[in-house]
Design a protein around this ligand. Structure first.
Ligand SMILES: [Zn+2]
Length: 87
């Protein structure tokens, strides 16, 4: 049995993934758009650190040294993305 989480499973879990840039002059961080990644990589692509980091780069400085931090979402409070009232 595999422990790999796919992008689709990640979306279904309601969790969030944030990307951090490791460049010391940059420190950019942003929430990763999993729906965009699903469109790009496919729903069965792995959503683990090693699966995603090679596909990502910092949108600010273009650096490839990025880190991922998964934070639990709360399904009860999950709202549609791009909601104008989203805080
Ligand atoms: Zn950066």
């Amino acid at each position: 049995m595999s422990t790999t989480t796919t992008i689709q499973e990640f979306i279904d879990s309601g969790d969030k993934l944030r990307v951090y840039c490791h460049a010391s002059h940059c420190n950019h961080h942003a929430e990763l758009d999993m729906l965009m990644l699903r469109d790009k990589l496919g729903p069965d692509h792995g959503a683990m650190h090693d699966d995603l980091v090679p596909k990502l780069k910092c949108s600010k400085c273009g650096g490839k040294k990025v880190g991922l931090i998964r934070s639990p979402g709360t399904k009860e409070y999950r709202r549609p993305m791009h909601s104008p009232r989203d805080r």
